[in-house]
Structures are given as structure tokens and as C-alpha cells.
Design a protein around this ligand. Structure first.
Ligand code: NAD
Length: 258
């Protein structure tokens, strides 16, 4: 890389976002990590600094458009540009459709859908100013291609992310901004710990059994690590993906086949 590029990653305090941030730092990016959870964010920032990674941090809520703008400003203030913006932050909700509560639905859509819109807007405004294109990358899921029982509202938010990825790609192509999404399968993060805890309650199973049950259907025979996702996001963030836009690509070890 001639001039060091900057990648911003939301929900990067732990899990998939942290894995992506580490991989992009290894690829040569300066990285800006954001999370609503200050504690996990600070601990990851300390870890990255110990590894001499060029990193900045921002505590914020993706569902707040002002926070998204401030995140972009933080990146520009520290490193001069935003070249890659990853809308990774997301939350889950487990419930049969008949039990979904309005407050859960609102929170889920605010973070997973509104948050992605505000992230795309904040990133694209900056990238347009830079006149050098850019890459916006969204966290979708296999749940954005196929719906699963007890995850109805979550799946609806991920279908929405796939839709937003397609529209943003078409509208932003004239600025040489590409918009794509990664669609993981079953990644052993704190999100899946919570999904498992909620599901086993409904299904009358023991802790860990819902995760195991889902994992049994994976063709490649193992659940996913954040690094498996990060390897693909590394491609999406690189110039190798310059001719690709509007796609939400499944990387799940073989669960959903499209
Ligand atoms: P995680 O819960 O382990 O980590 C998510 C991080 O996002 C947390 O640090 C959390 O504090 C942060 N966050 C939550 N709400 C936020 C908000 N409003 N603003 C800013 N940060 C916020 O989750 P994960 O498993 O790493 O998932 C990351 C993304 O990947 C999510 O969008 C998720 O839907 C998607 N995904 C996960 C899986 C999986 O199996 N874990 C599969 C497919 C897609």
C-alpha cells in the first residue's frame, strides 16, 4: 500500500468485528474500532496497541446517526481518511413469532437496520468528499438468505441488510464506492452464547445443545471462527474486489446453498 488506508469497524470490541479489525490491521490498514460497550472496546484497544497496531477508538451507538458521523470524524482526525467502513455491529433476538414484543422489535431494527443506513450515510458522505472511491461492507448473515424458526425478527433485519446493500451499491457506484456484505453461518461468539441460552429454554434442552444442533448441519464439519469471516472481509476490503458490488456472500462452511 502506498498511502496507508483507514478501515473503520463497528461492533469491534469483540467477536467477528474484532477478528476483522485484526485481519485488516495485518493487511496494512490503520484501524478505527467502535463499540457501544466501552469495557470490551478498551480491552481490545489495549491488546492492539501492545501489538503496535495503528489504532483509534470511538465509543458509540450505531443506531444514533450523530454517533456515526462522529465516528467518521474520529477516523479522519486520527488518520486523514475513511477508505473502508464496516457496518459490523448487530444484535440478536430469539423468540417464536407469536411472542415477539414491540420493544424487542424496535431495538433490533434500530441497531441492525437503522444502524446500517446511518453507517452507510456517514461513510459515503466522507468517501464522496475524498473523491477516491471507497468500500462499504455490511454484516449480513445466512439469516439474510433463509429464515430460521425462533429468529424471525433477526432474520427480517438481515434480509433488510441484503436489500440495503443492493440499493446502496447502485446509488453509490458513480462515486466509485462499492457496497457488499458478508454472510456468516454459525460463529462461536458471545452472540451465539446468548442465542443458545435463549433457545435451549424454549426447546427444553441443556446449555450448549442448541449451538450443537445447529452445528451438526455444517457440511465442513465445524463451526466458524471470526478469522474465517475476516479472511473474506479482507478480500472485500482490498482492491481485488474492485469489480464487485451489491453482493451479500455466504461464507458458512456449507449450511445454506444459494
Ligand atoms: P457479538 O455480540 O459477539 O459482538 C457484537 C459487538 O457489537 C459487541 O461488542 C457489542 O457491544 C457491539 N454492539 C452491539 N450493539 C451495538 C450498537 N448499538 N452500537 C455499537 N456497537 C454495538 O456479535 P458477533 O457474533 O461478533 O456478530 C457481529 C455481526 O455479525 C452482527 O451483525 C451479527 O448479526 C453478524 N452475524 C453473526 C453471526 C454469528 O454466528 N455470531 C452469524 C451471522 C452474522
Amino acid at each position: 500500500m502506498s498511502k496507508q488506508k483507514t478501515a473503520v469497524i463497528t461492533g469491534a470490541g469483540q467477536g467477528i468485528g474484532k477478528g476483522i479489525a485484526k485481519r485488516l490491521a495485518d493487511d496494512g490498514f490503520a484501524v478505527v474500532l467502535s463499540d457501544i460497550n466501552e469495557e470490551v472496546l478498551n480491552s481490545t484497544i489495549d491488546e492492539f496497541k501492545e501489538q503496535n497496531i495503528r489504532v483509534a477508538s470511538f465509543v458509540g451507538n450505531v443506531a444514533n446517526p450523530e454517533d456515526q458521523k462522529a465516528l467518521v470524524r474520529t477516523a479522519v482526525d486520527h488518520f486523514g481518511s475513511v477508505d473502508v467502513f464496516i457496518n459490523n455491529a448487530g444484535i440478536e433476538q430469539v423468540s417464536p413469532i407469536l411472542d415477539i414484543q414491540p420493544s424487542d422489535l424496535e431495538k433490533l431494527f434500530q441497531v441492525n437496520v437503522f444502524g446500517v443506513v446511518y453507517g452507510i450515510q456517514a461513510a459515503a458522505e466522507q468517501m464522496k468528499k475524498q473523491e477516491n472511491g471507497g468500500k462499504i461492507i455490511n454484516a449480513c448473515s445466512i439469516a439474510g438468505h433463509q429464515s430460521f424458526t425462533m429468529l424471525g425478527a433477526y432474520c427480517a433485519t438481515k434480509f433488510a441488510v441484503r436489500s440495503l446493500t443492493q440499493t446502496a451499491a447502485q446509488e453509490l457506484a458513480k462515486y466509485k464506492i462499492t457496497v457488499n456484505a458478508y454472510c456468516p453461518g454459525i460463529v462461536g461468539t458471545s452472540m451465539w452464547d446468548r442465542i443458545d441460552t435463549a433457545m435451549v429454554k424454549y426447546m427444553g434442552l441443556q446449555k450448549g445443545e442448541a449451538f450443537k444442533k445447529f452445528a451438526e448441519g455444517i457440511a465442513l464439519g465445524r463451526t466458524q471462527e471470526p478469522e474465517d469471516v475476516a479472511k473474506f472481509v479482507s478480500y472485500l476490503a482490498s482492491s481485488d474486489s474492485d469489480y464487485m458490488t451489491g453482493q451479500s456472500v455466504i461464507i458458512d462452511g456449507g449450511i445454506v446453498f444459494n
